[in-house]
Design a protein around this ligand. Structure first.
Ligand code: SF4
Length: 983
């Protein structure tokens, strides 16, 4: 009997293998089936038990990994030395110790674990790959010595490579001495020792293997697998000849595969079943005679794709893709079964799918087998925030932004109920959230960049009226748990204990479990850290706190969160690898895009592509071929295939999809592309025209009672709607907590430094001693107001501010010597009488605050510092009047300086002809000035201010900006554009 069965791509390998198994069982044989992956095991088991219920004792089924592990665990040696499989994090510590040895010190300048760790992960990955490919360390050296041209750019690598191969060899020796194995070590051990009578010996295989062996669904295999398969084919010690069968699907590399396992490549191409034989395969299920399988015609991919209904769905985003999928699924929800498959090419699809498509199905109607990486979950985010807080801490202070982000994380701000350390109190989650939100508001309001735990406990809490004992105790306990606990870390064990305390608090006292998957995420995080805690590496220390957190993040990143489900029931949601070797009637393939299908992302490796080729390690091209093989096997077995891809300037459809399209074009002999369903959302991005806002009587009353400043009038001049949002509804941008000072913050620092500088002269003459001394004085004031906390960005900002202030001293303050300083931050007050709509008159209060007022030779100067780029003041040739209303904005621009002159003149009884108002630009040391010495201009502006206020109070609506270029200039920078509708 031929022991190499190659099926066409569309063949159902589960049924075919099942039929072979049933035939064997019928003839009294036992069978062991091994697949490359675990999922076909469930489907084969279902197929066989559906036909022959008492077959269970006669058949064993494994994935290849499970088979190797079972053999390992059944070996005599394993009884005495379990040799647990090492996890990558543990392997790093062994490599780290080896790297200290000068003989094999591969990674230079990595004496500290913190520096070595990222290298360690790469080295472990490379060593595992080399070992499973059975690359001997000495052959490694030989290949390099022989192949590397001294002139090539690989020469440097060959120098290092001697140490690389020494470390590679020493690592596996140390691994076993330390009581560990690894996945590759187990494969290689069985591959090498299978013929020899040493541990683990062939008896191990015979105790695990049951009768005839069927290796089903293999194609691209490692060197270790090839040796194991070759030996299984020889059947050493398992009784009888030709006991092992290979069942695979046809593909371009089938000849390579067959030669790797010691079989001659079939003559004339592939060996396949005859079509008619395949059609009769149902007979095998009925245990009828199985015809001898023979070499026959080749089944090509192309011919097998004919007859499948392909649906091409062009989408614009993941959410659009999911919405389109939902549309299709909703139409056939009654018909969903385990013959339907959704392939998730990336994890990104999982939660959108769960929340938007699977939410309308019962839990038992689907099975998700793709694991979800813990690094995409809120528990990982929490630890990431914690690591940022500690990693960026300077002296005893944190970035206020980091502090707020950590304590406002949903798992943290909701820690409530009875805390273990504070049994005397019970906290409510609304209360705990409010505490942290109040702290955040305080930080934002006071533009705090750095903050310490002490400042929060001793200054912020009293300032926000949260001084009750219970609140103080609560904040103290939270600070202990998240902050002070990590100030002294003894070693990894101590660190893990502290992390477990946080996980404990989150799991028992927060609302994490309210999220449908919250408890799963927490359980998985706990599992990852506890597994590591159980190792012998707890006494290792990192230099800084970041090393501990990097270790934690690596442990969590590698942990997958499993979803519960019955593996063979209902709609199947699988990753591309899990879908191998199973046939589905309907396939929904998400993310069929180039770069994803095939996935050509670079491996985390220290070996270059060239060196990999020398060492005969699989390269990107080989990986792409295997993905192509798996993809076409999958789609060829289906009746309907829905392909979803993003086809835009940034992304194109997969080359495999293009191949299907080309096949359709060839078959139909028509170059027209098959119909593509464009599912992109139809969105109109044109901004909507806002509507005028109607003033109610209540609003009008309010507008009559408030004070008016120049800033309010300028806002109204720009846009009445903006005035409404800012001064009637009082809506302000809350802003983010920054890591540096924003433009407004820089302005306020400059204002407060200059205010303090001039304040001491209030009511008397300004004395300018010397340039040097004045600069020292101003630098001293700046230092007090601006603490850079060692931040490079802040330090730079401080230098910029100091440069601007020094320039100000040089160019402007010098000329002030001898003038009288009337006031700094000088309050101004006045009134204007306006006519209300009902004809009554009302006095309206006007308010202002001038940055500096000076007096020289009977002339008064009102000065306003400007830290922005533009100095805006009215066109001196323009006289505002009711008739030229449309020109106001263009020519008045800002009413500030005339406004100040008018109210200063009134409140200080100074004649308008003796007043000049100025803008001093600090950035470029420029100056702009306005005076109202012309009485017509004075009267016009006094009237203009009254008209503006009358308009604010009396008009029926708050209108909006209609004209260009203001739409662009004003609306483009307006923070209310979403509210008003002009997005
Ligand atoms: S977006 Fe334009 S129209 Fe709307 S409130 Fe702002 S400035 Fe006024």
């Amino acid at each position: 009997m031929n022991n190499f069965h190659i099926l066409k791509k569309s063949a159902d390998i589960i049924k075919y293998t099942g039929d072979l198994v049933l035939k064997e069982i019928k003839s009294g044989q036992k069978v062991t089936v091994i697949f490359p992956n675990r999922r076909p095991v469930y489907f084969l088991s279902q197929y066989i038990s559906g036909i022959y219920k008492s077959a269970a004792d006669s058949i064993k089924m494994f994935s290849i990994d499970d088979f190797i592990d079972t053999c390992w665990e059944s070996s005599d040696a394993a009884i005495f030395y379990p040799y647990a499989k090492i996890n990558p994090a543990e392997a790093i510590f062994l490599l780290f110790d080896l790297n200290k040895n000068p003989e094999i010190n591969l990674i230079k300048d990595a004496e500290k674990l913190d520096v070595f760790m990222p290298w360690g992960y790469k080295l472990f990955g490379d060593f595992e790959e080399l070992l499973i490919e059975m690359t001997d360390p000495s052959s490694c050296d030989a290949i390099i010595a022989e192949r590397i041209n001294p002139d090539s750019n690989l020469q440097n690598f060959s120098d290092k490579f001697a140490k690389f191969s020494k470390m590679y060899k020493s690592f596996y020796e140390t691994l076993v001495k330390s009581g560990f194995t690894s996945r590759s070590y187990r494969y290689k051990t069985f591959a090498e020792n299978i013929d020899a009578n040493i541990t683990p010996n062939p008896d191990v295989f015979s105790s695990v293997i049951n009768g005839r062996v069927i290796l089903a669904g293999f194609y691209g295999i490692t060197a270790s697998e090839a040796v194991i398969f070759k030996n299984l084919l020889k059947n050493n010690g398992f009784g009888g000849e030709n006991q092992t069968l290979i069942v695979s699907k046809t593909g371009a590399s089938v000849a390579d595969f067959s030669s790797k396992i010691g079989l001659k490549p079939p003559s004339g191409g592939n060996i396949t079943m005859k079509d008619e034989e395949y059609k009769n395969r149902e007979n095998y299920g009925k245990l009828s005679e199985v015809k001898e399988l023979t070499k026959v015609t080749e089944f090509t991919e192309e011919s097998e794709l004919n007859g499948i209904n392909f649906y091409f769905n062009k989408v614009s985003s993941v959410h659009n893709e999911i919405a389109r999928l939902k549309e299709i699924i909703d139409k056939s929800v009654q018909k969903l079964s385990s013959k339907d498959l959704i392939v998730l090419s990336k994890e990104d699809y999982l939660f959108p799918l769960i929340h938007n498509v699977l939410n309308s199905l019962d839990k038992g109607d689907y099975n998700i087998s793709i694991g979800y990486s813990l690094n995409r979950t809120p528990i990982y985010t929490l630890f990431n925030l914690l690591s940022v807080v500690h990693g960026r801490k300077k002296y005893d202070k944190f970035y206020a932004k980091d502090y707020a982000s950590l304590f406002l994380h949903p798992y943290v701000k909701n820690i409530s109920g009875k805390l273990q350390a504070l049994p005397q109190y019970r906290f409510d989650a609304v209360q705990t959230r409010t505490i942290f939100q109040a702290i955040e508001s305080y930080i934002k309001k006071n533009k705090i960049l750095f903050i310490s735990v002490k400042e929060i406990e001793n200054a912020v809490l009293p300032a926000i009226s949260l001084s009750e004992d219970s609140v103080k105790a609560y904040i103290g306990e939270m600070h202990r748990l998240f902050i002070s606990n990590f100030e002294n870390i003894e070693n990894i064990k101590d660190f893990i204990e502290k992390i477990v305390k946080i996980i404990d608090a989150v799991s028992h006292n927060s609302s994490a479990d309210k999220h449908p998957y919250g408890s799963k995420f927490i359980e998985s995080a706990l599992k990852a850290v506890m597994e590591f805690d159980a190792t012998n590496f707890g006494h290792y220390k990192f230099e800084g706190v970041s090393g501990y957190f990097n270790l934690l993040k690596n442990l969590l990143k590698r942990q997958k969160v499993p979803f519960k489900g019955t593996p063979i029931k209902g709609l199947q949601i699988l990753g591309p690898l899990e879908a191998r070797n199973i046939n589905f009637d309907r396939i929904f393939y998400l993310g069929a895009n180039e770069g994803v299908l095939p996935d050509v992302s670079k491996e985390n490796t220290v070996l270059t592509e060239e060196v990999r080729r020398f060492l005969k390690l699989p390269d990107a091209g080989e990986s792409s071929k295997i993905q192509e093989y798996n993809f076409f096997n999958l789609v060829s077995g289906a009746k309907e295939v829905y392909l979803f891809y993003n086809d835009s300037s940034r992304s194109e459809k997969s080359r495999f999809v293009e191949k299907i399209i080309w096949n359709i074009q060839k078959t139909t002999k028509n170059l027209k592309e098959p119909k593509e369903i464009n599912s992109a959302f139809k969105i109109n991005f044109n901004p909507a025209e806002p509507s005028p806002i109607k003033k109610t009587g209540e609003v009008k009353d309010y507008l009559c009672g408030i004070e008016y400043s120049a800033a309010k009038l300028d806002t109204y001049l720009k846009c009445p709607s903006m005035f409404y949002y800012r001064y009637v509804l009082n809506i302000r941008e809350s802003g983010d907590i920054g890591e540096d000072i924003d433009a407004a913050g820089i302005g306020s620092v400059i204002h407060s430094v200059l205010n303090e500088y001039f304040k001491v002269f209030e009511g008397r003459e300004y004395i300018f001693s010397s340039l040097e001394k004045e600069k020292i004085k101003i630098g001293g004031i700046l230092n007090e107001k601006f603490n850079d906390r060692g931040s490079m960005v802040l330090n730079l900002q401080k230098k910029q501010i100091l440069t601007a202030l020094n320039l100000f001293i040089e160019k402007r303050a010098k000329d002030l010597a001898g003038v009288k300083i009337t006031g700094a931050e000088y309050p101004l007050e006045g009134a204007v009488t306006v006519k209300l709509a009902d004809g009554c008159e009302r006095a309206i209060k006007l308010m202002g605050r001038s940055d500096l007022i000076i007096e020289k030779n009977g002339e008064h100067f009102i000065i306003d510092y400007k830290t922005g780029a533009s100095l805006t003041c009215p066109d001196k040739n323009f006289i505002p009047a009711a008739e030229n209303r449309d020109e106001w904005l263009k020519n008045v621009k800002s009413v500030q300086l005339p406004f100040y002159i008018i109210i200063y003149s009134a409140c200080k009884s100074v004649g308008h002809s003796n007043i000049t108002a100025k803008l001093w630009g600090i950035k470029k040391n420029e100056e702009r000035k306005v005076d109202l010495k012309d009485v017509n201009l004075l009267n016009a502006y006094a009237k203009f201010i009254g008209m503006l206020i009358e308009d604010i109070i009396n008009s029926e609506n708050f209108d909006f900006v209609k004209k260009e270029p203001y739409k662009k200039k004003i609306c483009g920078f307006c923070s209310y554009s979403v509210l008003c509708g002009r997005i």
